[in-house]
Write a protein that binds this ligand. Sequence first.
Ligand SMILES: O=C(O)CCC(=O)C(=O)O
Ligand SMILES: [Fe+2]
Length: 284
Amino acid sequence: MSLRGDFERDGFAVVDGVFSDEELQKMKDSMAEIVGNMDLAEHPKSVFSTYDEDKHTSDDYFMNSSDKIRFFFEEGAINSEGELKVDKEVALNKVGHGLHFLDPTFREMTFHPKVQEIFREIGYEEPEVVQSIKKKIGGAVTDHVDATFLRVDPVEHLTGVWIAVDDATIENGCLSFIPGSHKETTALDYRFVRTHSQKGPLLKFIGTRPTYDSSRFVPVPIPRGSLLLIHGLVVHKSEQNTSEKSRHAYTVHVMERRNTVWSSDNWLQETADYKFPNLYTTEP
Ligand SMILES: O=C(O)CCC(=O)C(=O)O
Ligand SMILES: [Fe+2]
């Protein structure tokens, strides 16, 4: 099957051997520098969890990160005094959401000719990069579709790119998918949205959280340097990393801008000075 055929049938597809060991090392070095320069005093120690619904400060920190490099910590990494219980490298869950244009290395990897080629193959005409995240893994990521968090109309005009910076294995928390579930998604009312309020929670979940049959998930281990394309409606998750091996990944989300409306209720928005960059025409 072709890449496009696999992707349309399963809602995900593996592309092997996209990034060289040198490129992966460059991403690791860049991230080490970003984390090394992080001054915790400048950041609320907001613990990011997909269930964290009610903290104004952490909502604000999260909501206004589309054009910044901000830091989100593992659940349980912070004590009741707001201090880190472990080294900052270990405490961090993810860094985002503007690495793709603010950091030269992640910019180079995002607007990489090989990534552009992949989007041409799946038929994207005006792809725009809406967010980028560097993730480690500690805790599990519960089952979800990305359209819950990033909504476009038509709803299927969103694709995630999950780049394995380390080998992603069953032991260290690779992604699992329900193959073909992008064609059967019914629970589209479940969304993570802005409240548009000035105080209290700035973000909330609306609708009913769907439940999925856990026996239908298929783990998809991939070697470092390979990437996974993730359809915005395919159900996926990752398990906790129970091994000693790290599982670093770099992800970007891309929308097809052509004939598409970006929801004004999305947590993530363009700003007066920042527009989502086009994958095909932006200089790496
Ligand atoms: O990295 C993970 O564990 C989850 C990633 C994910 O859900 C995504 O990139 O859409
Ligand atoms: Fe996801």
